[in-house]
Design a protein around this ligand. Structure first.
Ligand code: AGP
Length: 610
């Protein structure tokens, strides 16, 4: 939530700042603003609304070489010009931008107001600008020392960047429970919430730990802890290229990311079976620890939670360990029955979701080991976990998750296979067989995407509907939930996902003539699953529903008005294929209804507040 970028170097700073904000706009788009460090005074412009509003307001920008920029997802104070960042001190010489929440801001504000500071916004952030201003004076103009002391006074989660007109080419940043990375250029340096902001200029990045203060100038970087002790920068190479963070000819990032799914799944799977053994080299837990596991708890939010629900079926089947799946935002309020024999799997695309991070810490406090499934290198969640399996989806820019879901499901399948093998529940031949079926998924995804046009055309016929229901059984149930989430967030349509068996316990009352119902038909006859789902189709059809069935090739479907075919695979792997038509359905509905596909209202990609 909120995107932050800082630049110092030879370029006219407005260019990398605006470009960086464009790449970070997925993090929040309620307002945008920049502060440029000219000597003696700052140039500041900020506007409510999207980055485009700021760009049209900017006009002639001074040719200066450092500055900070912000794109906001509002928490304290509505999305207005006044509440937009940067926020300034009384002299208008010090500017601050912020991602997160300063929990004790009202206490600080009262103290600063009685010391003569005048506030102009309703934000929590402005108190930091005034506080830093006083502390900078106390420290003889040393902004880094001021930041070090300020941070000790702050409670909550934050990434902060500050610049002062008297030292215009110097930018100071800090992070606590919120992301910040440094980009190392040639005679220029960057800071940002995400490497996407500066990937066009450099692939060298430095990760920052909790409460580390970083100061950059064009030719230097210095990191210290809160006591002022120097910390050696931990440099890493960014593996994504600039093109991965651009639309590449697609009308929306979401559509591009839907079409990237075959590659994302293939990249996540590649090289994971070596000599008949699943190889998870990032899994640093000993075999003894894995054999002693008595329970797995998956914690995640939103789409990642749905991946966790799918994982439960696979891991329980293959590894014979009980799996609970918990919303991270609820898990931390419980006294969970977990201990050192529990493995907690934290699933997160961004690796920064605050609810998941807090749940992870709660699990560790209770003695559990944590394994992260994550897409973002060196982000907070994997850093704080005992082990990590990275999904290789590449950057996901659209707010609505697509390739993250598929790669998360695939990564948890690998965990299930590995645990099954280590615990002696699966023979090598079985593992090899399932892994080989997984290797066929990318080609099957290609097949779905090559034949997606009729579905897009069909979807447009439903554009004026206000309710859509999704039904699934077994692993189809989490996919029904995901289909409904996609439609809500993208097309602002009331959508709900139900387990087919629950229909008769209440939801069937929602069906009236013409209600669209999307039914995911299982791939298996085991437990009579397919027949039961076909009965559900008949039940809703009898009450007037307009049924779209998502079904594997070769299964006869009676009662559905439309049938969307997906290639056949085993039942447990079906979610990887069945999710795709639902993503396309939601995408096309959003386009037809004219909503903002990549940046839906009220949302942000990386949810770094609780
Ligand atoms: C869904 O389309 C959203 N992007 C959202 O539900 C997301 O999955 C959730 O906020 C969790 O994000 P994470 O994977 O980055 O932790």
């Amino acid at each position: 939530m909120c995107g932050i970028v800082g630049y110092t170097g030879p370029q006219s700073a407005a260019t990398p700042l605006i470009e960086g904000l464009r790449r970070l706009e997925y993090r929040g788009y309620d307002s945008a603003g920049i502060a440029l460090g000219t000597s003696n005074k700052l140039f500041v412009e900020k506007r409510a609304g999207k980055l485009a509003n700021l760009e049209s307001a900017l006009g002639q920008v001074p040719e200066v070489h450092s500055g900070i920029g912000h794109t906001r997802w509002a928490t304290h104070g509505g999305p207005t010009d006044r509440n937009a960042h940067p926020h300034l001190d009384n002299e208008q010489k010090l500017a601050v931008i912020h991602n997160g929440i300063i929990e004790n801001y009202s206490e600080l504000k009262a103290e600063l107001q009685s010391a003569g500071h005048t506030f102009h916004s309703e934000t929590d952030t402005e108190s930091v600008a005034h506080l830093l201003s006083d502390l900078r004076k106390k420290h003889g103009g040393d902004l880094t020392a001021a930041m070090r002391e300020a941070v000790k006074r702050l409670r909550g989660s934050f990434t902060l960047l500050a610049v002062h007109a008297d030292t215009p080419d110097l930018i100071v940043g800090v992070r606590r429970n919120s992301p910040l990375v440094v980009g190392l250029g040639d005679g220029e340096n960057f800071m940002a919430s995400d490497v996407a902001a500066f990937i066009e200029y450099t692939k060298r990045a430095v990760e920052l730990g909790q409460d580390e203060i970083v100061t950059i100038t064009p030719n230097s970087i210095s990191i210290t802890d809160l006591s002022g002790k120097e910390i050696t920068p931990r440099e890493y190479q960014i593996t994504w290229d600039a093109a991965a963070a651009q639309k590449g000819g697609f009308t929306h990032f979401m559509l591009k990311e839907i079409f990237e799914q075959p590659k994302a799944v293939a990249d996540t799977l590649i090289g994971r079976l070596i000599k008949e053994v699943i190889a998870l080299d990032e899994l640093k837990l000993s075999e003894a620890e894995l054999k002693g596991l008595q329970k797995i708890v998956v914690i995640a939010c939103g789409t990642a939670f749905h991946a966790g629900l799918v994982a439960k079926y696979a891991i329980e089947k293959w590894a014979k360990i009980p799996v609970e799946v918990e919303l991270a935002s609820e898990f931390r309020y419980r006294d969970p029955l977990i201990d050192k024999n529990t493995l907690v799997i934290a699933i997160s695309q961004s690796g920064e979701t605050m609810d998941t991070l807090m749940a992870l810490r709660h699990a560790k406090e209770h003695g559990a080991k944590v394994l992260a499934v994550c897409n973002t290198n060196s982000s907070t969640i994997p850093r704080e976990s005992d082990a990590v399996i990275y999904t290789h989806a590449g950057p996901e820019i659209a707010v609505a998750s697509t390739k993250a879901l598929l790669t998360q499901i695939v990564a948890t399948y690998l965990i299930g296979l590995y645990l099954g093998q280590v615990r002696g529940e699966l023979a090598s031949a079985e593992v090899k067989d399932i892994y080989n079926q997984m290797l066929e998924l990318p080609a099957k995804l290609e097949q779905i995407l090559e034949t997606v046009e009729p579905l897009r055309e069909l979807t447009r016929k439903f554009a004026d509907q206000n309710t859509v229901l999704f039904l699934g059984r077994h692993v189809g149930f989490p996919i029904a939930l995901e289909g409904a989430l996609k439609l809500k967030e993208l097309a602002y349509i009331h959508a709900e996902g139900f387990a087919g068996g629950e229909l008769k316990h209440g939801p069937i009352a929602l069906i009236e003539a013409g209600t669209p119902v999307i039914a995911i038909v299982p791939n298996t006859h085991e437990h009579g699953l397919d027949e039961k789902m076909l009965s559900n189709i008949q039940e809703v059809k009898a009450r007037g529903a307009n049924v779209i069935a998502i079904a594997s090739e070769g299964i006869e479907i009676l009662g559905a008005t439309h049938v969307i075919r997906i290639p056949s695979t085993s039942q447990l792997l079906q979610p990887v294929l069945a999710a795709v038509p639902l993503q396309v359905f939601a995408y096309e509905m959003a386009v037809a209804r004219g909503t903002d596909v990549d940046q839906p209202r009220n949302l942000a990609k990386s949810v770094t507040v609780e």
